[in-house]
Design a protein around this ligand. Structure first.
Ligand code: NAP
Length: 516
């Protein structure tokens, strides 16, 4: 079904628009039973498409889950180191096809080419890391309170796992979920974001090429409410892993709660960099620029607030405006471009709506604020990088996730107020402190309420060998990446082996009684 674009011939928009893709079920590309399709558009130029994709319904979901459930029987029995070999091979294939996939990603969701390569690299790193996990998947052994009795905990795979992913890291995020799920012995059905189906298809193609058995990985494209919720509701789906907005994540988590399913959520953020008066100013400016406007601000970890000590506030605002004005906006395939388009028209208008809200709330529009829609920007979804200053924590632009190239500079009197303001949102993903003072740095690590804390670095830039995730409304206590990734996709099984040859009663028989 998916006629491949070979890696020796880099994708061009013209090649891509002619393609039509189906679902991947039981090792085959198949059409949706609906016969309906949707189109994925290039946000840098909405006249260009990335092809048409299956607009699936619940029958497609059922077929995929059944295939995954059948495949689970033998996949769970496949030794973990053998499962890991396939994941490692997928990592090497991703390496071979890195440039091709990165170029598709730029065209499908707009991030600039350097960042797209980084997105693919994250998946390569995750493949290698999770392949190593195939020879660990550690359990626990602890002493028994009774003699001649052995006690241990082992990990069991769960069965069919439903994976629901967003568009902003269209290769990395599927890899954070799918590789640990597979190495743990689960089978997977993925429903990718409708804005980036092609990236997910490329990811699944690679797993197929790496030799994943039929039914172990399945992909169904279509809407969140039909395909996504269909997965959540399916009785054979034992766990759901979703990354997306807090609104959708909480709906999915609520339903999983009713159905008693394991659910891990990675959701929205309202991240902040704090810049103290003793900070290395140049470093802080550079970090804030990258944190606020990398991926056009469309990262869950984007720096959407910059909390600055009043002693350096004026200077910081002045310098930050100056460096922001030097950023080149355009098509992310141009290596000189720093800010690409945002994902779609709806998001573009939602971002600009927040600019209007900020103005009405009395914040100072220091730079930008406009949609770009003339000349080279005429057919795309481009928004100027935008800076508000004089923002306080009561304003909506300081509380709500905007998910675009908009950041708010907030003055504070001292370190204590910086921490208070940083912690003042309902989110808790990534917070950062710029200071040269070691005491302040360690206090910040202790006081900042977030799953990720950076010192003298921006809020973005996580590494895959460490846990990733947030607190408060950013998540529900799970962590992706690192060794903690495995927790989402395994159940603990506690095993007692009594080799005494008699009935020994825990908490009732004492060691002394049993000795006599
Ligand atoms: P989204 O609109 O919440 O969508 C996320 C996924 O959920 C998509 O695949 C979507 O499908 C699906 N979905 C939509 N409605 C659903 C429903 N009723 N039931 C089940 N699934 C449903 O988020 P997004 O716009 O793609 O991504 C941006 C958001 O993700 C931001 O809030 C960002 O902060 C967050 N994010 C968080 C992290 C993290 O690790 N914390 C990382 C990256 C992104 P459709 O595309 O078909 O609607």
């Amino acid at each position: 079904m998916a006629t491949d674009i070979k890696s020796d011939k880099l994708a061009t928009a013209n090649d891509l628009s002619k393609m039509s893709y189906g679902n991947f079920i039981n090792g085959k590309w198949v059409k949706s039973v609906t016969g309906k399709t949707f189109t994925s558009y290039n946000p840098a130029n909405l006249n260009l498409s990335l092809g048409t994709f299956a607009s699936s319904d619940i029958t497609d979901v059922n077929n995929a889950v059944e295939a995954a459930n059948n495949a689970f029987k033998s996949w769970r029995k496949t030794p973990a180191p053998v499962r890991a070999e396939i994941i490692l091979k997928a990592g090497y294939l991703l390496e071979t096809r890195k440039e091709e996939i990165a170029q598709i990603m730029v065209q499908e969701m707009g991030k600039v080419i350097k960042e797209a390569r980084g997105d693919v690299q994250e998946a390569i790193d995750m493949a290698k890391y999770m392949a190593g996990e195939g020879r660990r998947l550690t359990g626990q052994t602890v002493p028994s309170e009774l003699p001649n009795k052995f006690a241990m905990c082992v990990r069991s795979p769960m069965g069919v796992v439903g994976v629901i992913t967003p568009w902003n890291f269209p290769i990395a995020i599927p890899s954070w979920k799918i590789f640990p799920a597979l190495v743990s012995g689960n089978t997977v059905v993925i429903k990718p974001a409708s804005d980036t189906p092609l990236c997910a298809i490329k990811f699944v193609e690679i797993l197929a090429e790496a030799g994943i058995p039929d039914g172990v990985i399945n992909l169904v494209t279509g809407s969140g409410s039909v395909v996504g919720m269909g997965l959540v509701d399916h009785p054979l789906v034992r766990a759901i892993s979703i990354t997306g907005s807090t609104d959708i994540g909480s709906r999915v988590a609520g339903r999983c709660g009713e159905l008693m399913k394991k659910i891990s959520c990675e959701l929205g953020g309202k991240n902040a960099i704090c810049v103290m008066d003793d900070a290395d100013m140049e470093l802080a400016l550079e970090g804030a620029l990258w944190g606020a406007f990398g991926t056009a601000g469309q990262r869950c970890t984007a720096t959407s607030r910059i909390i600055v000590h009043e002693k350096i506030y004026k200077e910081f605002c002045h310098e930050f405006k100056a460096i922001t004005s030097s950023l080149k906006i355009g098509n992310g395939l141009n290596p000189d471009v720093a800010i690409g388009p945002v994902i779609n028209k709806e998001q573009l208008h939602s971002i600009n709506k927040y600019v209007e809200i900020g103005k009405k709330e009395g914040a100072t529009l220091l730079y930008g604020g406009n949609i770009l829609n003339t000349g080279e920007f005429a057919n795309g979804c481009f928004h100027e990088p935008t800076i508000f200053s004089d923002v306080n924590s009561k304003m909506r632009i300081a509380q709500e996730e905007i998910f675009g190239p908009v950041t708010a500079i907030m003055p504070v009197k001292n370190f204590a107020q910086a921490i208070e303001v940083a912690n003042s949102t309902e989110f808790g993903l990534s917070l950062s402190m710029y200071t040269q003072n070691v005491n302040k740095a360690f206090s910040a690590i202790e006081e900042l309420e977030s799953g990720i804390v950076y010192i003298n670095a921006p809020t973005i830039g996580a590494e895959i060998q460490l846990p990733f995730g947030g607190i408060k409304k950013t998540g529900n206590g799970h962590r992706e990446a690192g060794t903690t990734a495995i927790e989402q996709f395994t159940e603990w099984k506690t095993v007692y082996i009594d080799y005494s040859g008699r009935l020994q009663k825990a908490q009732i028989d004492s060691f002394e009684d049993l000795e006599n």
